[in-house]
Design a binder for this molecule. Structure first.
Ligand code: TEU
Length: 557
């Protein structure tokens, strides 16, 4: 068999640190809290820990607005806490992946503060400033978080570009000094022992310098300009520069958070022969239950579309690099609430979703709480939401005259806060997350759905994940097998095979509350039941009767 790289035969555990575990009763999760829970994390069988940012930040975008790349935010602890955490991760045989936010800084970063002081400051050219056009913004580009992507600075009589929040000015990667700063920061953390980087919004680094106007969105002056800032040809030069200076020589792995990729570009980025990036994390894969770019215009899940997207990525990357597999993260509502059944079949459907994803080709990314089948928090008041994207969208919706009740449901179902509520550790007050006042309210159901309760239950979602992670490890068919989707047009069943020289797998998953039948392909008659969320198969004459939300995987040699 081909030998996998260490990051290929791996499962990543993703932590949103402010909501994971609070060690000092200030209501916010912290690095010492992660260290305190490392035995739990290791017990899952995961190989890599990735934490979202914990650097000094005014927290305008959940820590993705960095004001000092080399310091731990005091709310998260100290550099000594970081060192203890990474030591504890390594001592348990795991590795640490750092989140690096390179597209933008906080507006409170000293570079931006200097840039604002003086047009002639060298730091002014660290960012993207432009004069206005006809008394308005330089272009009608929309910010990803709503409104214009340009902010006016009266005393400079210029606008600066911010693809995200206005407190997140975009860096100017065409300035070699910026690239050198980034290299120095990446080396700084490599010296402290990080094993890899998750590169945030990394395919947006190069912007069309002409900033052409784009087609406005309905009812707005602004339009999405992704074609002018995503995947522009110069981006490969930036990737190669970082690879040659840091990732390659230090032996660090990289996963690039990317979007809007076509086949050619996707293959280039992660092609091992090109020396750019190791793996892609295409975040737009989950835009399958919304209207275009607008996550607050939800649509029912179209499983046929999701399968087509997954099949496309599997086929595209088959021999051209590596893929991250995920159904949730800190930017998404909870997977079980969104794609499963968070009521009667919560546990079973949460297990099915894992079974459906983890036998595909790629590295699974397990987002904290998913291993418990945590649901969206079901807040009862709009004041419980925290995220900038949610609050901006809410303000715009209310200004259009839409009702608060409508937005309470929308934010509960769709906002990023869905995945950011505190981790449910046990049935103590505040879900055992903090003994102080939590920065975000815990899930309404934390009393019943929590790690302590699931620890003791052999049939829990938690113990299913442990088994799943164990059985997929080192399997040649999982690692390198060819992926083929069966029944692509079936609206409820997701079925695929993974075929390698020595073995083959069949993963069968029922995404519905109804019973369904499925005739096993001949090659899998009499195959070994590798994993099942119902314990056994109801099979007669080669036809399986699938219970609601049933998922299983067969193995044959
Ligand atoms: O996300 C990249 C990104 O483009 C997101 O804006 C995504 O479209 C959005 O979250 C969907 O609602 C990364 C981080 O994962 C995210 O948390 C940050 O807000 C963003 O970059 C800016 O750093």
């Amino acid at each position: 068999m081909r030998q996998p790289k260490w990051w290929q035969d791996a499962v990543v555990y993703q932590i949103y640190p402010r909501s994971f575990y609070d060690s000092n009763a200030d209501g916010m999760g912290d690095l010492a809290g992660i260290t305190a829970k490392l035995d739990y994390i290791a017990s899952l069988g995961v190989d890599i820990v990735w934490s979202c940012p914990f650097f000094v930040s005014p927290w305008a975008d959940g820590g993705y607005d960095v004001a000092d790349y080399r310091s731990i935010d005091p709310a998260f602890g100290t550099m000594a806490d970081f060192e203890a955490m990474i030591e504890g991760i390594h001592a348990r045989g795991m590795r640490f992946m750092m989140d690096f936010v390179g597209n933008h800084t906080s507006d409170e970063h000293p570079w931006f503060q200097a840039a604002l002081q003086d047009k002639n400051s060298p730091y002014h050219d660290y960012y993207i400033f432009r004069p206005g056009k006809n008394g308005a913004e330089p272009s009608n580009w929309a910010s990803i978080f709503g409104g214009s992507a340009w902010e006016y600075v009266p005393h400079l009589d210029e606008y600066y570009l911010h693809l995200f929040a206005k407190k997140q000015p975009d860096l100017n990667w065409e300035n070699p000094a910026v690239v050198q700063e980034v290299i120095d920061i990446l080396r700084f953390w490599a010296d402290k022992g990080v094993d890899g980087y998750r590169l945030d919004a990394i395919n947006y680094l190069y912007k069309d310098p002409d900033f052409p106007d784009v087609e406005p969105m309905p009812g707005s002056r602004y339009g999405f300009a992704t074609e002018h800032y995503a995947n522009k040809p110069r981006i490969n030069d930036h990737f190669r520069a970082l690879h040659d200076a840091v990732f390659g020589p230090r032996g660090l792995t990289t996963v690039a958070e990317v979007a809007y990729l076509d086949e050619k570009v996707a293959r280039e980025y992660a092609d091992p022969a090109r020396g750019e990036l190791d793996a892609l994390y295409p975040f737009d894969l989950l835009n399958v239950d919304q209207d275009g770019y607008d996550k607050f215009s939800p649509r029912p899940l179209d499983l046929v579309q999701l399968k087509a997207a997954l099949a496309h990525w599997q086929q595209m990357m088959q021999d051209h690099g590596w893929l991250a597999l995920f159904l949730g993260n800190h930017d998404q509502p909870r997977a079980v609430s969104r794609f499963g059944d968070e009521g009667e079949f919560r546990a079973r459907s949460a297990k099915m979703l894992a079974n459906a994803m983890y036998f595909l080709r790629g590295t699974p990314y397990l987002y904290q709480g998913e291993e418990l089948g945590m649901t969206n928090p079901h807040y009862t008041s709009l004041s419980q939401f925290r995220d900038v994207e949610a609050l901006n969208a809410l303000a715009e919706g209310l200004a259009r005259g839409e009702s608060e009740a409508h937005w309470l449901k929308l934010l509960n179902d769709r906002s990023r806060d869905g995945g950011r509520a505190p981790f449910s550790w046990n049935s103590a007050p505040n879900a055992g997350f903090t003994t102080g006042k939590p920065w975000m309210d815990p899930c309404a159901n934390a009393g019943e759905i929590n790690a302590a309760a699931e620890e003791d239950d052999p049939d829990s979602v938690l113990n299913f994940y442990r088994k799943l992670i164990r059985v997929r490890k080192g399997r040649p068919a999982v690692l390198f097998g060819k992926t083929e989707f069966l029944l692509p047009e079936d609206p409820d069943l997701m079925v695929y095979t993974r075929t390698d020289e020595a073995e083959a797998l069949l993963s069968v998953n029922n995404f519905s509350s109804l019973s369904r039948t499925f005739a096993l392909p001949d090659a899998f008659l009499g195959a070994e039941l590798l994993l099942s969320n119902c314990g056994d198969l109801k099979i007669r004459d080669g036809v399986v009767t699938l219970r609601p939300w049933e998922g299983f995987t067969l193995l044959t040699h």
